[in-house]
Design a protein around this ligand. Structure first.
Ligand SMILES: NC(=O)c1ccc[n+]([C@@H]2O[C@H](COP(=O)([O-])OP(=O)(O)OC[C@H]3O[C@@H](n4cnc5c(N)ncnc54)[C@H](OP(=O)(O)O)[C@@H]3O)[C@@H](O)[C@H]2O)c1
Length: 191
């Protein structure tokens, strides 16, 4: 049993696994070729591009029942870089929650670039992971992994706040893509 399972072995999957490792937690990283490997934790991060969520849910949805499922996507239209592809009154996380009614879905990590998870810093500030979700116990469990890995975690409210987190992540991405901030920068939080 791992402390956290991460589906997707790219920049974010590896950065989140490293955060978990820094806090003494075990992380299971699952790539596309690991389709038959069982998810080994009760906390599962979907570290894949937004369009791939459908595939992951189709392939693994049944096995995610009863688990904490963390959506980290920024559902941008990457052709135009000018809009989100989810309806304005919804979010990718809301779609995941609708598709996985027996899972406890959280939105997290979408406002922190991989580089800031790795560095633990945004400028002089400790990197803060904003976590939204309807289940306090689930949020606390993820926050414990984040904070023991040396980052800050802030409860950003119910899963409805995923909409704002996705807008926030979208804005931050446009700033970095436009070279107004660096990919190791971004928004910081002061308590
Ligand atoms: N990078 C950031 O700083 C950042 C920050 C906040 C949020 N995010 C979000 O985090 C997510 C991952 O971003 P990333 O930067 O880590 O991307 P990435 O480096 O491109 O990695 C994406 C991972 O998803 C896997 N994948 C793609 N399609 C899949 C499928 N159908 N089934 C299973 N796995 C699949 C890829 O596998 P293969 O390698 O085999 O193709 C790869 O391991 C995205 O939703 C992004 O919006 C990224």
């Amino acid at each position: 049993m791992a402390d956290i399972s991460i589906i997707g072995t790219g920049n974010m999957g590896q950065a989140i696994a490293a955060v978990a490792g820094r806090g003494g937690h075990t992380a299971q990283l699952l790539g596309q070729s690991d389709g038959t490997v069982e998810v080994a934790s009760d906390i599962v991060v979907l570290a894949v591009p937004y369009p791939a969520l459908q595939d992951v849910i189709r392939e693994r949805g049944a096995s995610l029942a009863g688990k904490v499922v963390v959506d980290i996507t920024n559902p941008l239209d990457f052709e135009t870089f000018d809009s989100l592809v989810v309806p304005a009154d919804s979010s990718a996380a809301a779609e995941v929650a609708a598709a996985l009614p027996d899972s406890r879905v959280l939105k997290a990590f979408n406002t922190t670039f991989a580089g800031t998870l790795a560095a633990g810093k945004v400028g002089d500030l400790t990197t803060t992971v904003l976590i939204a979700g309807d289940d306090t116990e689930a949020k606390n469990a993820l926050a414990e992994i984040v904070t023991s890995g040396g980052l800050e975690a802030v409860d950003a409210g119910s899963l409805k706040r995923a909409r704002e987190l996705e807008a926030f992540g979208f804005l931050q991405l446009t700033l970095a893509a436009g070279e107004k901030i660096g990919w190791t920068g971004g928004f910081g939080t002061i308590a």
